[in-house]
Ligand binder design. Structure first.
Ligand code: PNS
Length: 159
């Protein structure tokens, strides 16, 4: 049986840190489903369509990576699509505290669900979508923070 994993996130926008996790997961799992989702506690800089486009641009060359989008509860999407494993990247203790709690909630909602964590590459510890959005406000180049094609597209849209 082929093993699928789902990597959900807001991706506002996708960063090099996210892409590194996706690339590494694509060598561990048979299929990686990147889910562009909505965190109802967040106000986004980029629209749902733009965030989805960025993820598609960044992952286009990865053969076993599929991009999906959904606005509902993660566990419902997983149930509908027969996926039981969630992937999260962990940069630091703060990420772990948050993601640990999320993993408990998701497992409580559907006990079949497991969350696996990949430690972020240390070169991306300070790379976050939050920092990228801050840099965009000052029209700084994002080449060290987001995938090249995404950097280009953001410049087209905003700079
Ligand atoms: O990149 P983010 O903002 O940390 O991603 C969070 C996201 C979108 C993955 C998370 O908020 C999510 O899964 N939202 C969908 C709704 C849901 O399933 N919430 C968890 C149960 S409280």
């Amino acid at each position: 049986m082929s093993k699928k994993v789902i990597y959900p996130g807001s991706f506002d926008p996708i960063t090099l840190g996210h892409l590194d996790i996706i690339q590494r997961a694509s060598t561990i799992f048979d299929e990686v489903i990147v889910l562009v989702s909505k965190n109802i506690n967040k106000n986004y800089m980029f629209s749902f369509k733009e965030r989805l486009e960025f993820v598609e641009l960044a992952t286009k060359d990865l053969k076993n990576v599929v991009v999906c989008s959904d606005n509902g509860l993660l566990v419902d999407f997983m149930f509908k699509n027969n996926i039981t494993t969630i992937l999260k990247g962990i940069r630091n203790i703060k990420d772990f505290e948050y993601e640990y709690e999320m993993s408990l909630i998701n497992q409580n909602l559907d006990p079949i669900i497991d969350t696996v964590f990949l430690l972020s590459n240390p070169i991306y510890t300070m790379v976050s979508s939050t920092n990228v959005r801050e840099l965009i406000k000052y029209k700084k180049d994002l080449i060290n923070f987001v995938p090249e094609k995404v950097n280009f597209r953001i410049k087209e849209l905003i700079y």
